[in-house]
Write a protein that binds this ligand. Structure first.
Ligand code: AQP
Length: 333
């Protein structure tokens, strides 16, 4: 129905570095498609980013660059709500309240905390532990119906659902209980140096990932040095993590399915295949890079868009937070 209210979608990205083609092919590309059919809230999750130590000047710069990139991938700041998480203090406020409706035991079961604690053993802060509750606040604040998630975020969304249901039960229905959203496109892109691990923008090995702002030359070199196997035959199969990953990237960039790729590269070696993958990646991100270079030169426009995002996000966030504060019994004047 034409006048039917659109469902709400919430998704976030951390400004921990320049996004990789993993972030793009796995998430951002979908964000653009979703903005046609849903009422979308897209946040730059800087509150989440500081659960790992960040350099202040770099974090500020990366947040602005991330904002420009989101617009460059095609998110329309008028049509969507594109904003910076810390610009809307209600995220932290709701997060505190939700902490009091989250059991220590259930938060302790989050596997990502265990993984991240091992990775950042010198800084296992309470924020890292509390990350999923802040994520629940991000989602519940906007009454999101859907949250696009990868497999690694399933447990966190489940926690957000449990918190919402608990709160709704203790009081009266307050939060929409969010559902996971699995998009029409969405590849899980793995590290080029260790294809059993996902490609990450904060991977300290620069050869492991392709950033959205890498030059064609850098992309070609990184893909050329991607870890593969010694079979020299392009097909998707067990024990071929490196080639499987390159095939997924190639498929996501060209739209070709695996059967077609195997046919096209039958009898050809990995050198030819890697050159084709690099070419496809370069072609796929070139329009985004071109748009990005215009946007990043126009700070005023970026700041105006950010302010608009903040206003729109704050409006929705305040409405939910007021309701929550009233239900828990805060004296509001
Ligand atoms: N390799 C990937 N393949 C597919 N999707 C990916 N995403 C991340 N890496 C891949 C998706 O990108 C969105 C934003 O991610 P994020 O910044 O919130 O955090 P993340 O998942 O922890 O991504 P990174 O790149 O690994 O960041 P760092 O290195 O800072 O931890 C999410 O939807 C995610 O699924």
């Amino acid at each position: 129905m034409e006048n039917e209210k659109k469902k709400i979608v919430l998704s976030c990205i951390q400004p921990t570095s320049v996004p990789t083609i993993g972030n793009y092919l796995g998430a951002l590309k979908n964000w653009k498609y979703m903005s046609e059919d849903y009422d979308c809230y897209y946040a730059i999750a800087d509150l989440h980013a500081i659960t790992v130590r960040q350099e202040p000047a770099k974090l500020r710069k990366q947040s602005m660059e991330m904002y420009a990139l989101l617009l460059a991938v095609g998110l329309d700041p008028e049509k969507n709500v594109v904003f910076v998480q810390s610009h809307v203090p209600e995220h932290s406020q709701l997060s505190w309240i939700l902490n009091c409706y989250t059991q220590f035991g259930e938060a302790s079961r989050m596997t990502q905390f265990k993984e991240k604690s091992l990775k950042h053993a010198d800084n296992i802060n309470v924020g890292l532990f509390d990350y999923p509750v802040l994520m629940a606040a991000d989602i519940l604040l906007y009454q999101a119906d859907f949250v696009p998630i990868g497999a690694d975020q399933k447990q966190h969304l489940e926690l957000a659902r449990n918190i919402a249901e608990r709160f709704n039960q203790v009081y009266t229905p307050t939060f929409v209980v969010p559902e996971p959203f699995f998009g029409k496109v969405g590849a899980r892109v793995m590290s080029l140096q260790d294809p059993t691990k996902k490609m990450s923008k904060s991977d300290p090995n620069p050869k492991a990932s392709v950033s959205m702002l890498d030059t064609p030359d850098m992309i070609a070199k990184k893909i050329k040095s991607a870890v593969t196997d010694s079979e020299a035959k392009v097909y998707y199969g067990e024990g071929k993590d490196g080639i499987n990953n390159l095939m997924s990237i190639y498929s996501a960039c060209t739209g070709l399915d695996f059967a077609q790729i195997e046919k096209d590269f039958d009898g050809k070696g990995y050198g030819d295949f890697k050159a084709a993958v690099a070419e496809a990646v370069i072609e796929c991100i070139k329009p985004i890079q071109d748009e990005y270079s215009h946007l990043i030169a126009d700070k005023k426009y970026l700041e105006d868009c950010t302010r608009l995002g903040k206003e729109k996000a704050s409006y929705a966030a305040q409405k939910t937070l007021r309701k929550v504060m009233k239900k828990v019994g805060f004296w509001q004047v």
